[in-house]
Write a protein that binds this ligand. Structure first.
Ligand SMILES: Cc1cc2nc3c(=O)[nH]c(=O)nc-3n(C[C@H](O)[C@H](O)[C@H](O)COP(=O)(O)OP(=O)(O)OC[C@H]3O[C@@H](n4cnc5c(N)ncnc54)[C@H](O)[C@@H]3O)c2cc1C
Length: 385
């Protein structure tokens, strides 16, 4: 097996532990969650691995600066995705949930939820997208209106990961008509009256429980507005800046595992009296995909290193998100074909990996939106409208 050099050698032991967990604990059940819900006990197991608190300080139960950080979170996404790509959604949403809810100093928000998310006792979701506004996120129409000491939230959010099973949601809602500057963030416990959920059956299966969240005059206390009123659009964009690199690494992990398995296979599979590995038509394909996947990996780790150092990284994150799912998808597609008929079968994971990786080519921003981010930085202001 060809092994890429570690992005952070001091984290090799962490990488090794997570890879073993991924291959021994997660991989055997990867297909199982197509039809069954992911058990909550397993969320606790992931919490015990320490992978949900990597961007959270020790005062709230996390490990930021003490082994945790953006690069370690990227390693976790890359390694766990080797076993089950969809488990990376837990890493993403728990990290995003902590980052956003930590912006509050209300005990009922930060202290109630963040340590529970870190331990895997609570599951977080992030609700920005609406039926009519996805890429154009600043145009959301979900409203929050002040009513005495409370806020009343009304609107519909669509395509929300963990809509079906999360406990608390970071909800973006309009508190004024001032475009992106009129959007505020609310912590909404999802057992409140007026919340309803409609999970959609999606090809990424039951683990992600993606779907719609409906808010019908949902009443939250004033201190559940997180951060500064009207300043939440920037907070949402800040989560995209690191999460796009995390997504790229999840895709890289699934692709590298597929390539590793395919290299084993082509060494032994013979056609016309020779192993497939002896045919350059086969080995050169694999070489090319290894190079592309590794390039995406390095770009994603560079993005996360910038994040750890407090440097700007939005453009690199968009580049990583543009290239990660693309090159991973192309590599896994080649692995499907190189396995012949068995590549499409349910006994091997390639077809599901391909499907799952392409889902995150859209989630957190489509390739066109990544190009718009890169072009805006490189060329100047680009108008979307
Ligand atoms: C697997 C998955 C998980 C998700 N999880 C969440 C979640 O947890 N929370 C959440 O809030 N959202 C989530 N989403 C929603 C996701 O963020 C949106 O689907 C995404 O931002 C695109 O929005 P849209 O689907 O409305 O597409 P649209 O914005 O309608 O775009 C449709 C097409 O038009 C293209 N397009 C749009 N604008 C332009 C332009 N200016 N120039 C060129 N092309 C353009 C797009 O690239 C796309 O191909 C998830 C989506 C997926 C697939």
């Amino acid at each position: 097996m060809w092994e890429p050099a570690g992005a952070a050698p001091e984290l090799d032991e962490f990488r090794t532990t997570l890879r073993a967990f991924a291959l021994e604990r997660l991989a055997p059940d990867y297909r199982r969650w197509q039809n069954e819900p992911f058990p909550r006990e397993r969320l606790l197991e992931l919490g015990e691995l320490g992978v949900f608190g990597m961007l959270t300080g020790s005062e709230l139960g996390g490990s930021l600066g003490q082994g945790g950080g953006y690069v370690p979170l990227g390693i976790a996404a890359e390694e766990l995705s080797r076993g089950d790509f969809n488990v990376s959604y837990f890493l993403q949403l728990q990290a995003i949930g902590c980052r956003l809810l930590e912006l509050s100093d209300a005990p009922d928000v930060r202290d109630r939820w963040v340590p529970a998310i870190v331990r895997g006792e609570a599951l977080a979701s992030f609700a920005l997208t609406e039926p009519a506004t996805g890429s154009d996120a600043a145009a959301i129409t979900t409203r929050a209106r002040r009513d005495g000491d409370d806020w009343l939230i009304t609107g519909e959010k669509a395509s929300i990961t963990f809509a079906g099973n999360s406990d608390v949601c970071a909800v973006f809602a309009r508190t004024s008509d001032d475009g992106a500057r009129g959007i505020s963030l609310f912590c909404v416990p999802l057992d409140l009256p007026g919340v309803s959920r409609q999970p959609v059956r999606s090809s990424t299966g039951h683990l992600t429980q993606r779907g719609s969240l409906f808010f019908d005059e949902v009443r939250v206390p004033a201190d559940h507005l997180v951060g500064t009123e009207g300043a939440a659009f920037k907070s949402a964009m800040a989560t995209f800046d690191f999460n796009r690199a995390i997504i790229a690494l999840a895709c890289v992990g699934a692709a590298q595992q597929s390539l590793d398995e395919t290299m084993e296979y082509v060494r032994t599979r013979e056609t016309f009296g020779q192993s497939l590995a002896r045919r350059e038509g086969v080995s050169f394909q694999i070489a090319e995909h290894l190079a592309h996947v590794h390039a995406a990996r390095l770009l994603a780790y560079q993005t996360l290193s910038h994040a750890d150092a407090g440097r700007r990284h939005a453009t690199e994150a968009a580049m990583a998100k543009l290239l990660g799912p693309k090159h991973a998808g192309e590599a896994i597609h080649a692995c499907v074909i190189l396995h012949g008929w068995s590549g499409f079968g349910d006994d091997l994971p390639f077809a599901q990996r391909l499907n799952d990786v392409y889902g995150l080519e859209v989630g957190d921003g489509t390739p066109e939106i990544m190009k718009a981010v890169i072009a805006r930085e490189a060329i100047g202001v680009i108008s979307h409208r």
